[in-house]
Design a protein around this ligand. Structure first.
Ligand code: CUA
Length: 301
């Protein structure tokens, strides 16, 4: 289509059916509208005070039954062709598991690597196996013309072959609460020579681990590291600062020490920072991960 690039195997076919349907609509709209205007003028009451008796026409009846039927059948086949291609995953596709949650995307690769952005090699098929941890979400990549719901308690899938290196938007297109519009990510399509080392690269260094965890666990969907206000309070300068919180509905001031940070991660509803809604989900984190996150937050001045 005009503004969104076509960057996957199924993009062209979806665009073709879109334009076919749009074309038919434009032609029908102009025919009906011009016929209407023509009749209004031609048979206006001033010139035709008495209604004429119009006999039926077999030829017309046949034309306007057969022609639309043909158009709709063609429409069906164009749609059917691209639909079967979109649903039929080629063998040997690389599987990436997708977890959707309020309000972030997590991508887990076959070798255990995790990322908050979807990195894929150009030219080879990728299958996304998706589920949601809380409510309905929907993964949509406009440039690839693919879209599918993420549903709690069941697995759904999508597949694509990216055709051009580049970065393409991922949106959530199912209203999923306060952070819905911010539930964004990207597909980064890389040349195979760049993807391979990224994919096989081992665990990142220790310093970066805390930040990486904040990314992959989806924390940065709601908390910033630069002081800006998002759905939740920022992490910048948090450690050691005094925070006003509501504990069991009672206001109190508290110093953000290790104890406080640990409780806020493992029991998000225990202390609610003043001015923010009590909406943080409980995330699956190990003690070791909590430690790494706290180590990182301590350094974030
Ligand atoms: Cu997730 Cu909208």
């Amino acid at each position: 289509m005009m503004f969104v690039p076509e960057a996957s195997n199924s993009a062209k076919e979806v665009t073709t059916s879109f334009y076919y349907i749009l074309g038919i609509e434009v032609v029908l709209l102009s025919l009906v509208t011009s016929a209407m205007i023509f009749f209004v003028i031609r048979y206006r009451s001033r010139k035709h005070p008495r209604t004429e008796n119009i006999e039926g026409s077999l030829a017309l009846e046949i034309i306007w039954t057969v022609l639309p039927t043909l158009l709709v059948i063609i429409m069906f086949f164009i749609g059917w062709q691209s639909f079967t291609q979109i649903r039929k995953v080629p063998e040997g596709a690389m599987v990436v598991r997708v977890t959707a949650r309020q309000w972030s995307w997590q991508f887990i690769y076959e070798n255990g690597k995790q990322s908050d952005m979807l990195r894929v090699p150009v030219g080879s098929p990728v299958k996304l196996v998706m589920h949601s941890e809380d409510v309905l979400h929907c993964l949509y990549v406009p440039a690839f013309r693919i879209k599918e719901d993420c549903v709690p308690g069941m697995e759904t899938y999508l597949w694509f072959t990216a055709e051009n290196p580049g970065s393409y938007d991922i949106f959530c297109t199912e209203y999923c609460g306060l952070g819905h519009s911010g539930m964004l990510s990207k597909v980064i399509v890389m040349p195979v020579s760049e993807f391979k080392p990224w994919y096989s690269e081992g665990q990142e260094g220790k310093e970066a681990r805390g930040l990486k965890l904040l990314e992959t666990k989806g924390c940065l969907g709601c908390h910033s590291t630069d002081g800006s206000k998002k759905i939740g309070p920022t992490f910048k300068g948090l450690y050691g600062a005094e925070v006003e919180v509501l504990t069991n509905g009672k206001k109190r001031a508290i110093i953000a020490d290790e104890e406080y940070l640990r409780r806020s991660i493992t029991e998000p509803a225990a202390d609610i920072v003043e001015g923010y809604p009590n909406i943080m989900p409980k995330l699956p984190v190990t003690d070791e991960e909590v430690k790494a996150i706290i180590e990182y937050l301590k350094e974030l001045k």
